[in-house]
Design a protein around this ligand. Structure first.
Ligand SMILES: [Zn+2]
Ligand SMILES: [Zn+2]
Length: 507
């Protein structure tokens, strides 16, 4: 049984609710990376399992757009220093293309989720606050401030300052949500009186005039949105952590049962430098080492992401290496699940396409020609078919550009690489001549026929096949190794090959 069904089964046994709300979310303080995606993938898997088991459920996503900018991240311009402390929804887009800072980082992620075929209801925290949905929970929190403080202190072991309040007012003058202190409140007027370090003394409405402190906010939203299930990073699950405080606040203050927790491990990103040791780093959006989801989806087909991430149980970490291991994973997917892309695209293995696009060098009509030459049937009048090939080829090209190790990259040499060819042995030259002789006018060989031919020539000349492979790569690619020789040769024009092999034989 897939782990998501085991969890769904456990939820059905332990919870009294008939319908479920699976909550996921993130603070869009920077590009949203693959590590964050895990939460959505887990939520989506459990949600799907529940639906499959006949349980009513919905998947929601809460973007913490009302959270403050914690500091000026290195990717932000100098003038953003002035925005530190303001809610992300109230800060301008650093690149000017969206309505706010929050949306600039949120939108590409939401687009990626659409690419992944994950549907959920989206909530923006600033809109929830501004709409008044929080008014009741804010009133409750302010009137029971001392109880809240006691719960937080007991659970976290942390001492709260005397002026602590469960509500952080948004200062009307400096725009920060981190620097004003609550001096009093009026339940009837649904307002908080505050003093800010900027010198301003003001009144903030329960309706969008500030937000609840994080540990209180989490519990409050469970009640507001009816959350019954929530996956979250294991750091929140540690004893005395925010889930523990949330659970008590939820039951003691809001009389609401905390959601069924699904703590999960990190995704570890493995980046390989040029032949150097691999680097393993836990991913975090505010630290440097991460890959935004939308960037990964430029080089990795969404079906692969949806295949790879849910395979690992939430409590186990995922090692993500977008270099060769990713290519192996795609191989495995295409072997076991099916080819990526519809029509002809689905029949061309991704690894093979990696070779073909390098020969075509960005020329799509040339690519189509190479595909046909390689023995694939192509309905060129069928636009859908061409679109699918274009899409798969784009993944291959982007992967080559972004994550491919040097070993899989090559350049078909337009001219015979004379220096390298000089170093070939006489036996290697003879082998090339024999291969050239196979290519009389009108002859085309398939990848398999090429493969067999090389072995025939090897036994006829008493050579090791690998010496012939080396000679082939040298005359075509100017390097001693390359992609599968059968694929490479079958995709090239036989006339070109004959000329090249003959030229090499002559020195
Ligand atoms: Zn933007
Ligand atoms: Zn202020």
């Amino acid at each position: 049984m897939h782990w998501s069904f085991a969890i769904a089964q456990d939820i059905i046994e332990k919870r009294k609710e008939q319908t479920h709300v699976v909550a996921t979310g993130i603070t869009p303080s920077g590009a949203i990376h693959v590590g964050n995606l895990r939460e959505i993938i887990i939520g989506d898997a459990v949600h799907s399992a529940l639906i499959t088991m006949g349980v009513e459920a919905k998947l929601i996503y809460i973007a913490d757009t009302f959270d403050p900018l914690r500091r000026r991240y290195t990717f932000l311009p100098q003038e953003y220093e002035a925005h530190v402390g303001k809610p992300l929804s109230e800060i301008p887009d650093p690149e000017g293309c969206h309505s706010s800072y929050a949306d600039h980082y949120l939108q590409p992620f939401l687009d990626s989720l659409a690419d992944l075929g994950i549907k959920m209801e989206i909530f923006r925290a600033d809109a929830l606050y501004k709409s008044g949905m929080y008014v009741d929970v804010i009133r409750e929190a302010l009137s029971r401030k001392d109880e809240l403080a006691r719960i937080i202190e007991e659970v976290s072991g942390r001492q709260l300052p005397d002026e602590w309040a469960p509500f952080n007012p948004l200062c009307a003058v400096c725009g920060r949500i981190t620097s004003a202190v609550v001096k009093g409140y009026d339940i009837g007027k649904e307002s908080v009186y505050y003093e800010c370090t900027c010198g301003n003394k003001g009144v903030a409405s329960f309706k969008g005039g500030g937000k609840l402190a994080w540990r209180v906010d989490w519990a409050a939203r469970w009640k507001i949105l009816g959350v019954t299930i929530e996956p979250f990073g294991k750091d929140h699950a540690s004893p005395g952590g925010s889930f523990d405080t949330g659970t008590r606040i939820s039951s003691e203050i809001y009389h609401y049962e905390a959601p069924y927790p699904i703590p999960f491990e990190h995704i570890l990103l493995k980046l390989q430098g040029e032949g150097t040791k691999a680097k393993v780093t836990a991913m975090s959006s505010s630290r440097g080492t991460n890959i935004p989801v939308h960037e990964i989806l430029e080089a990795v087909p969404p079906e692969i992401v949806k295949y790879a991430l849910p395979r690992v149980r939430p409590e186990k970490h995922i090692e993500f290496n977008p270099s060769l291991p990713l290519l192996n994973l795609i191989d495995e997917y295409e072997r076991e699940i099916g080819g990526i892309g519809g029509g002809a695209a689905g029949k061309i293995p991704f690894r093979h396409l990696i070779t073909l696009v390098q020969i075509a060098r960005g020329d799509f009509s040339h690519l189509l020609e190479i595909i046909k030459r390689s023995g694939y049937e192509l309905r060129e009048e069928n636009e859908e078919e061409l679109k699918e090939i274009k899409r798969k080829a784009r993944y291959a090209e982007n992967w080559l550009r972004t994550y491919a190790p040097p070993s899989v990259k090559f350049k078909l040499q337009q001219e015979l690489p004379r220096e390298e060819v000089k170093r070939l042995s006489d036996a290697q030259r003879t082998a090339l001549k024999l291969l050239a002789q196979e290519l009389q006018e009108g002859v085309t060989l398939s990848a398999e026929e090429w493969h067999n031919k090389i072995y025939e020539v090897a036994s006829a000349t008493n050579m090791e096949a690998k010496e012939i492979f080396k000679a082939i790569y040298t005359v075509l690619l100017k390097k001693p190794s390359g992609p599968r020789a059968g694929w490479l040769l079958a995709s090239l024009d036989p006339g070109f090959l004959r000329e090249r092999f003959e030229a090499a034989e002559k020195r």
